[in-house]
Ligand binder design. Structure first.
Ligand code: NJP
Length: 238
């Protein structure tokens, strides 16, 4: 109750459902996405009678955008308890087909975006000696599978390493840092569409969002630092 959360990449997919489930719990929200679609998410939530939803068009890879959102959130609600680093893009090509532009863009969103948002909220969380930061990484942040490709895989390995190191830095300040590593989730990821018949057995956004909300809601003295979730039908290395 009376918690405040920022959710990145909430225009659609996992982030949108995380925002909806947090709103359901009465959490005050600042949601952001790089397109105008983010305002639609906010309008839809308001139509469901949820209050305290602020939406921002902001690119996680841009420091000024993130600073603007974090400052506006602190001004509106007085604190930030939860950051969900969810925004991310996929680029699945063989290494020799990846361009430098694709490499830089994917790293700037998937890795630099997580760095910037984390860096921006930490001083506020430290002031209150409390906070939870959960980053949506991936199953491929812990092992490699051929379909994921080297670019996407290396961004998620980077995120995993970054969050693990930050977790050590801030735990004495009452701040919990963790990652959630999903397998295949039925979203709009990598120019896909939600609800396609071939994705029927994949994880649903509700499954991931419920787990994120659970991770963020455990008692203050407790940390869930990593959660792995797969569709039962997905094979993965072990
Ligand atoms: O993808 P999608 P997911 N700045 O495409 C936003 C990880 N994951 O929900 O920018 C700010 O439906 C975009 O909004 P907009 C994955 O790596 C997924 O599946 O307005 N926001 C949209 O809301 C990612 O980290 C699977 O167009 C930006 C959202 O991001 C996370 O799950 C498996 C942005 C993407 O929604 C959510 O992806 C796995 C920017 N620069 C990990 N660029 C899976 N789906 O199978 C994009 O292991 N967004």
């Amino acid at each position: 109750k009376d918690q405040v959360a920022i959710v990145t990449g909430a225009s659609r997919g996992i982030g949108r459902e995380v925002a909806r489930q947090l709103a359901e719990k009465g959490v005050k929200l600042a949601i952001l996405g790089s397109s105008q679609d983010i305002h639609e998410t906010a309008e839809d939530l308001k139509e469901e009678e949820y209050e305290n939803i602020q939406s921002f068009v902001a690119d996680v890879s841009k420091e000024n955008d993130i600073e603007r959102v974090v400052q506006a959130t602190e001004k509106a609600y007085g604190k930030i308890d939860i950051l969900i680093n969810n925004a991310g893009i996929g680029a699945f090509k063989k290494v020799e087909d990846v361009t430098v532009e694709e490499w830089e863009k994917t790293f700037s969103i998937n890795v630099q975006g997580v760095f910037l948002a984390t860096k921006a909220v930490l001083p506020i969380m430290k002031k209150h000696q409390f906070g939870t930061i959960i980053t949506v990484a991936s199953d491929v942040s812990r092992y490699t599978i051929p379909e994921a490709g080297s670019l996407y895989t290396s961004t998620k390995y980077a995120v995993q390493g970054f969050m693990g190191a930050v977790a050590q830095e801030v735990r004495e300040e009452g701040i919990r840092v963790g990652t959630i590593n999903p397998g295949m989730v039925d979203t709009y990821f990598a120019n896909s569409k939600q609800g396609l018949p071939e994705k029927e057995k994949w994880l649903k956004v509700e499954n991931i969002a419920e787990s994120i909300v659970y991770m963020a809601g455990v008692p203050k003295h407790m940390l869930i630092d990593e959660l792995h979730l797969h569709p039962l039908t997905q094979t993965y290395p072990r």
